[in-house]
Ligand binder design. Structure first.
Ligand SMILES: Nc1ncnc2c1ncn2[C@@H]1O[C@H](COP(=O)(O)OP(=O)(O)OP(=O)(O)O)[C@@H](O)[C@H]1O
Ligand SMILES: [Mg+2]
Length: 278
């Protein structure tokens, strides 16, 4: 059962001015009906985060490959407890940014605090699911006893407990992706980079993944995620839109929608990219 009503909001009916309360989950868009005049509308519940604690602050981050600029003078601040979504077309620089951030962070922070799920699955396909989880858990220094508990939790989360002893090479693409996510989270990192974690994952499990990401940020964990799914963009606390290595907009999904006078994230991004809906 889904527990609803985590956040309550007072809304004023634009037709009859009646003020009433509605409830929803952070990141959710709720259909509401005015109890007085029956006017219908939509209310967006923002995801809250700690704007007093910066987890990442970068200025003028640039990456060139020969003469080609893949990331162009990027300024970005990410706060504790955010789910920050990096969005943009193929080749716009999302993976390059994540790789640079994980590379930059590891020498300067405790590596155990960082989790990284690469876009290209980086697990050992000639080993079993269990061996992979134990390998990643042990390089992060988790004790054997705690690792057994964490392995079970992670395998239940990605719904792969039955495949614990299977060779990764025998699993489907989506299942390999799920093993990769479990390996990235095994050590309960405080800062997590997820590069398209839900690609190839079926819709039911995708919903479970998001519930889990939301439970992580409630514990103060910060998540940086890339995605091409606009429903996922809507669930982020803030999103940044990249185009040819440049950040062309960033902010709360609802603010970006309001600024562009659009109602869906898809239209928002088409508007920001200066394109019309096909
Ligand atoms: N090692 C490399 N050498 C040369 N060019 C590279 C290298 N890595 C990335 N690029 C280029 O940098 C640009 C950004 O690539 P990147 O992988 O960051 O894109 P992306 O936004 O993650 O795309 P996608 O949505 O397809 O994952 C692309 O034009 C890519 O060809
Ligand atoms: Mg990428």
């Amino acid at each position: 059962m889904k527990v609803r009503g985590i956040t309550q909001k007072q809304v004023r009916c634009p037709r009859c001015n009646t003020v009433f309360t509605c409830s929803g989950d952070p990141g959710e868009i709720v259909n509401v009906t005015c109890p007085c005049c029956g006017e219908h509308g939509k209310v967006t519940f923002e995801r809250s985060f700690d704007t007093t604690t910066k987890v990442i602050e970068i200025q003028k981050l640039t990456k060139t490959f020969g003469k080609f600029t893949a990331v162009d003078s990027l300024d970005l601040t990410i706060y504790k407890g955010e789910i920050y979504g990096l969005l943009g077309p193929n080749g716009s620089g999302k993976t390059t940014i994540i790789k640079m951030l994980t590379g930059l962070l590891q020498p300067t922070s405790i590596m155990n605090d960082v989790g990284y799920m690469p876009q290209d699955t980086a697990i050992y396909i000639d080993n079993t699911v269990h061996e992979n989880l134990f390998f990643f858990g042990s390089i992060y220094g988790i004790s054997k006893q705690h690792l057994e508990k964490r392995e079970r939790e992670m395998l239940e989360f990605v719904d792969l407990f039955k495949w614990r002893e299977s060779l990764v090479s025998t699993l489907s693409g989506g299942m390999k992706h799920r093993v990769s996510l479990a390996c990235a989270l095994i050590h309960e990192p405080k800062l997590v980079f997820l590069d398209e974690p839900t690609v190839g994952v079926d819709p039911e499990l995708r919903a479970t993944f998001w519930e889990y990401f939301e439970s992580m940020v409630k514990k103060g964990i910060t998540v940086i995620i890339t995605t091409h799914y606009m429903d996922e963009a809507n669930r982020c606390s803030r999103v940044g839109l990249l185009r040819q290595g440049k950040l062309i907009a960033d902010g709360r999904p609802s603010d970006l929608k309001n600024n562009t006078r659009t109602t869906s994230m898809e239209d928002t991004f088409l508007a920001l990219a200066g394109r019309k809906k096909p």
